[in-house]
Design a protein. Structure first.
Length: 179
């Protein structure tokens, strides 16, 4: 019985990622307003995004009601775009900004929107741990004062903001056309 409970707990954790202590996803969230293109302006670096610039995410509805996720970033060393396809689903309720995201089958990571501009123009996301933090915007730059506000909020949550990498986002892709 102990092994079965442990295995069941591991499966539950893989399918329903935890929300870090002290992190509170935005309530009154409208997923349909959140859909669309986002520029990643800052992140804590991880192997799946290491060295990428001009990173972006695009969210759209899938026929089954889940969210299609397309992440892309430019790898300057290789001179090519890296693209990852995934899917996301709300975990608590449709109006709470706590989602689970997968790029690798049944293994899910947390995606908790903890700060959101009133007009859905910028957001800050914390993953399943405080080692996963992203600052996003609908445009390649943030409005005046928002960067400092988000960094201070991340610090209050316990994020090591010294680890934040600010992403090059000039709005022009390496081929010269506008993205």
């Amino acid at each position: 019985m102990g092994l079965a409970a442990l295995a069941g707990g591991a499966i539950y954790a893989a399918r329903n990622p935890r929300i870090p202590e002290g992190v509170h996803p935005v309530e009154g969230f409208d997923l349909d307003r959140y859909l669309g293109k986002w520029y990643e302006l800052a992140r804590i670096e991880h192997s799946f995004e290491k060295g990428l610039q001009r990173t972006q995410a695009e969210y759209s509805r899938r026929p089954d009601g889940s969210v299609q996720v397309i992440n892309r970033g430019f790898d300057a060393r290789r001179g090519e775009w890296k693209v990852a396809h995934g899917k996301a689903r709300p975990t608590i309720a449709p109006n709470v900004a706590a989602l689970k995201v997968t790029f690798f089958g049944p293994l899910y990571g947390g995606y908790n929107v903890v700060a959101l501009g009133e007009s859905y123009q910028w957001a800050m996301v914390i993953g399943s741990s405080l080692e996963h933090c992203w600052i996003l915007s609908r445009t390649p730059t943030l409005p005046d004062g928002v960067e400092g506000r988000l960094v201070r909020q991340a610090e209050r949550l316990g994020v090591d903001t010294q680890k934040l990498v600010w992403v090059h986002q000039d709005g022009v892709n390496p081929t010269g056309s506008y993205s």
